[in-house]
Design a protein around this ligand. Structure first.
Ligand code: NAD
Ligand code: TYD
Length: 345
């Protein structure tokens, strides 16, 4: 197959490109705009692979998408490209609508016109909103997105449903829980906390830190997406999750323990507006239909992740020395939304 991967220079997309080049025979075309979150260093070593091509471009660029689908003879699309950070969507929702909603619509329409045989929409468990202390998200849980990010992903996710229902377009939707692992941009909880800890900066825990996320090692997510691509039922939705619930505060303490550091850098800061309390996934459907289960347990995945950030310090230091510094000062510095964690304790 000729597979178009969108957003393949981001965290999960770059792991997925590596997964495909290592485990499959397909040709991979990576379409990525290289926003602040896209980084070609995530794909170091892949550039010259005979089955790989990178194209810098926007999923909202209809002419480019149309040309690429035709010129490359694309058979299948795996759609990761998105604005992905909840906190940024609170500060500025508009780009989440244009990239996540309009970008997905253009990709769906052009893919359908080009006769693409398979389309995987990488959605998220955040479309379901928040759980109380009991229960799990199933594929039948009503969608109730709470952040602008989640709402934009829900809109894209439902467009996929509509393209299947109305046009019979063979789209499969995956809704995964929080991923962790190498190449995650250091604005997200785990890499942010590791980098801050290593630099002796405050660790900004939102609110009481008792929010729960269900963590999955990124390679297990990639394998699930690939199974959905090759064997998923057209029109189906598959939840994907680690069965691995953790409270944020416990996770941050665990990271510090792994780094051999004390807990004194932990700083409670203003909560995220509309902060979802708990996510947890029932992944029994993908287990039963596609035989998927996580293979990397949390202790192993966390050790691999911390070791990767320790061994790849130049990777995240470079990111943190650039434009990201401005964002961090704006969010966490004096007067910022989460003021109190700028390191000036
Ligand atoms: P990321 O922010 O690390 O990467 C997003 C990538 O998309 C970047 O390389 C960026 O340059 C690219 N991009 C952004 N706008 C684009 C555009 N208009 N055209 C082309 N490329 C564009 O995100 P991630 O964490 O790797 O997430 C990837 C996908 O997985 C997203 O759709 C996200 O909603 C979904 N997801 C993420 C998680 C998670 O825990 N990170 C969990 C479930 C689902
Ligand atoms: P994040 O990595 O942004 O993922 P998501 O919001 O998509 O789940 O955040 C994970 C959890 O960590 C979430 O409950 C918010 C919390 N968090 C903090 O407490 N401090 C931080 O600095 C960040 C970035 C997140």
């Amino acid at each position: 197959m000729n597979i178009l991967v969108t957003g393949g220079a981001g965290f999960i997309g770059s792991n997925h490109v590596r997964f495909l080049l290592a485990n499959a025979e397909d040709r991979v075309v990576n379409l990525d705009l290289l926003t602040y979150a896209g980084n070609l260093e995530n794909l170091a070593g892949c550039e010259d692979h005979p089955r790989y091509r990178f194209v810098r471009g926007d999923v909202r660029d209809r002419a480019l998408v149309r040309g690429l689908l035709a010129d490359e003879g694309i058979d299948a699309v795996v759609h990761f490209a998105a604005e992905s950070h909840v906190d940024r969507s609170v500060e500025g929702p508009e780009i989440f609508v244009t990239t996540n909603v309009l970008g997905t619509e253009i990709l769906l329409e052009e893919s359908r016109a080009a006769g693409v045989q398979r389309f995987v929409m990488v959605s998220t468990d955040e479309v379901y909103g928040s759980l109380g202390s009991e229960g799990l998200f199933t594929e039948r849980t009503p969608l109730a997105p709470n952040s602008p990010y989640a709402a934009s992903k829900a809109a894209a996710d439902l467009l996929c449903r509509a393209f299947h229902h109305t046009f019979g377009f063979p789209v499969v939707v995956t809704r995964c829980s929080n991923n962790y692992g190498p190449y995650q941009f250091p604005e997200k909880l785990i890499p942010l906390m590791i980098a801050n800890a290593l630099e002796g900066k405050a660790l900004p825990v939102y609110g009481d830190g008792l929010q729960v996320r269900d963590w999955l090692f990124v390679e297990d997510h990639c394998r699930a997406v690939d199974l959905a691509l090759r064997h998923g039922r057209p029109g189906a939705v598959y939840n994907i999750g680690g069965g691995n619930e953790m409270r944020n505060l416990d996770l941050v303490k665990l990271l510090l323990d792994r780094l051999g550091l004390g807990h004194d850098l932990i700083t409670f800061v203003a909560d995220r507006p509309g902060h979802d309390r708990r996510y947890a996934i029932d992944a029994s459907c993908i287990a039963a239909e596609l035989g998927w289960a996580p293979t990397v347990d949390f202790a192993t995945g966390m050790a691999r992740t911390v070791d990767w950030y320790l061994a790849n310090r130049p990777w995240w230091e470079k990111i943190r020395s650039g434009r990201y510094t401005q964002y961090y000062a704006q969010m966490y510095g004096p007067g910022g939304r989460h003021a109190g964690a700028d390191g000036s304790r």
